[in-house]
Design a protein around this ligand. Sequence first.
Ligand code: 6PG
Length: 470
Amino acid sequence: MEKAQIGVVGMEVMGKNLALNIEDKGYKVAVFNRTGSKTERFIENEASGKNFIPSYKIEDFVNSLETPRKVWLMVKAGFGTDAMIGQISPYLSEGDIMIDGGNSHFKDTERREEELKKGGILYAGSGVSGGEEGARYGPCLMPGGASAAYDQLETIFKKVAAVADDGTVCVFYIGERGAGHFVKTTHNGIEYAIMESISEVYNVLKNALKMSPEEMRGVMAEWEDEKLGGYLMEITVDGLGIIDPDTGNPLIDLILDKAGQKGTGKWTSQSAADLGEPVPTIDAALSARFMSAKKEERVKASKLVHGPSETYDEDKDIIIKSLRDALYGSMIVSYAQGLALLRAASIEYDYKLDLKEIANIWKGGCIIRSKLLFPIVEAFERNPDLINLIFDPEFSKVIGDWGMQTNWRLAVKTALDLGIPVPALQASLTYVDSYRSAFLPANMIQLQRDIFGAHGFKRLDKEGDFHIPK
Ligand code: 6PG
């Protein structure tokens, strides 16, 4: 029997869609799932009449692949991935390739690569973004790990990946070891930050301006047409228009306000803390999800501690414009923090990340694709060593623009005055204010540290290490 050119392990929706996508591009694809009935169902339904080889035993699956074998794992991150690698790797030979397309922690990826290297297996920890639709019709791929693996996968990856509006094929070899998964995790951190920023604007429109989902939809659709456009704005606008068939009410009004999470946002904040890189908007987005989960406590507290009235009675248009600018600013800052984190990681872990190329492939297929990524790429074209987006002359102009800044501050101030939490919009603004502060009050912290712990401090007027005079 003719062998398959690549195999996909994991027949949940992402694995199935990716397998269909690869097959569409002219490949014969082997498929395997731990629970065979899922493979069976796939072959009988979506894959019916297509070029697949199903297997129900790992040995058969491995034998159904051309050598060097290419095995693409799309299984649950964490234990599921380790278990599958443990089961498949004994059947693989030197030179075979394993791709992990799940949302793995970059340190797990590095550990797995080291292990597999002992048997000569090339491991490519690769970020895959774009959800179900992306997997099926074109994800953004962030492959990392063994570059020798990438060389052999490039053709398939390029056929499978999304194509951005400007023709960019959304795949690029990110770097060695865990680089691909580090970048994917950071992508998700930015995703959390933008989602939270949009949600906060929604909250103000809903509770201060008492706008209906349909009214908000109109406002946000206009923004989306402008420079705020992107996938997350698009699904927000579409989502606001969804009507619940059972009640006839907007679905958004019926969804419980407790956000779920699978861990990548938390990893971004944790990695940033490990690297000493400030990512306050991502942190705020993460904490906002934690806070949302405390629904029962929040309901109790809402009856106990009262704040100001949430309604805004003045000029609504001004606040709507202000919210637009606050959201725009917060989006810029979300990317700025994520990219600064990548820069820090690249230095610390020697990943040699090319931030321009990373921003470039994010232009299509992934969840954070947006119009903003186009000027971001231009910023890195102007200066490949850009330390922070804020230093780019175009972005510093946007953020420094008085009208824009005044609006951003007004949006945050108004929300604060009304007692509506806007932690991400506020964190983004504070990030800018902190970053542009030549002076920060850390001298006071140093003084305090020296008083209670004799930790010492540096002085502005003299070289050396000092303590408070005794
Ligand atoms: C993507 C998404 C994808 C997934 C998130 C959801 O890039 O396609 O980021 O990876 O939807 O992991 O994350 P949470 O469940 O943590 O929100």
